[in-house]
Design a protein around this ligand. Structure first.
Ligand SMILES: Nc1ncnc2c1ncn2[C@@H]1O[C@H](COP(=O)(O)OP(=O)(O)OP(=O)(O)O)[C@@H](O)[C@H]1O
Ligand SMILES: [Mg+2]
Length: 270
């Protein structure tokens, strides 16, 4: 059994309005892998992600990080947030500082007093995320795509072990989407565990090591992209769509699905 970095044990979450957003979730997130959460609107993806860094506390059940049960004491939650960075679906709920630079350094100042370290971490992400041109701007004056980039940069600067991104590509143009995923890949190659939610089944199929399908607050399925997307009944029931590559393969009578479009083209040329 591969190493589990985060474990959900019988986790349920009920909002104060009475909505049960998560209903008895049992799930292992595998260390250093890329996991994708899929599910229709309202399936519970964002709620699950907000539980991961302790913004929400389960109504029942236990969450474990590196085999330690989450504690919701202030100092322990600070440690969790240092280790698990969450990019919110809505950037405006994440951005709090008066300038992009202060946004980047805010979290760093919370975990260290070492000014040189803070500056070095900030410089590293300003360069990686190409934030030079907007570094002095107030975050609320940025475009949605720029806001996403700043939010992720602020998370990456803290060097968390786990990076959780709720719909990281929403509102991004195609090149920014590619840049975002390239960056997440780079972090994963450095050993980080990456968890994203998305509605883009094509991207999920090509990108994920593991796909988790949520439906009405429950985990409906978990497996490799091929395992999950081969189950047409599951995909329909959960309000998803089969990736284009699988549709093409099914129409052509190809039973073993290639990992991506380039491999399919190569297979068809031979
Ligand atoms: N702040 C809130 N207060 C009350 N109910 C909420 C709140 N946020 C979400 N919900 C409800 O919890 C359920 C799960 O919502 P959640 O936002 O986790 O879904 P999601 O899978 O992220 O959906 P989407 O794809 O639209 O982002 C839904 O029924 C939603 O209406
Ligand atoms: Mg959501």
């Amino acid at each position: 059994m591969p190493d589990s970095i985060i474990k959900f044990n019988n986790i349920s979450y009920k909002y104060s309005s009475g909505t049960v957003a998560l209903n008895n979730i049992n799930l292992d997130i595998i260390k250093s892998k890329k996991s994708v959460l899929l599910g229709a609107n309202g399936a519970g993806k964002s709620t699950l992600m907000l539980l991961l860094n302790g913004i929400l506390k389960p109504t029942s059940g236990t969450l474990l990080f590196n085999n330690q049960i989450y504690s919701y004491k202030r100092s322990k939650i600070r440690d969790i947030r240092k280790s698990i960075g969450v990019l919110f679906q809505d950037s405006d709920s994440q951005l709090i500082a008066p300038s992009v630079y202060e946004e980047i350094t805010f979290g760093l100042c919370n975990i260290s007093k070492d000014k040189l370290w803070i500056k070095n971490q900030a410089d590293m992400v300003i360069d990686s995320f190409r934030l030079d041109d907007i570094i002095d701007k107030p975050p609320h004056q940025l475009s949605d795509g720029q806001k996403k980039r700043v939010c992720l940069a602020a998370i990456v600067a803290m060097e968390p072990e786990v990076i959780v991104c709720d719909e990281p590509a929403s509102n991004l143009d195609p090149q920014s989407t590619e840049m975002m995923f390239n960056y997440l890949d780079k972090l994963n190659r450095q050993g980080k565990t990456v968890i994203i939610s998305t509605h883009d089944v094509n991207h999920a199929f090509e990108w994920a090591d593991s796909v988790i399908v949520m439906n009405s607050g429950k985990v409906a399925a978990k497996g490799t992209p091929t395992e999950v997307f081969s189950d047409k009944e599951l995909i329909n029931r959960c309000g998803l769509k089969v990736p284009t590559i699988i549709e093409i393969c099914n129409k052509l009578g190809i039973n073993s699905y290639p990992e991506n479009i380039n491999m399919l083209i190569k297979q068809l040329k031979n």
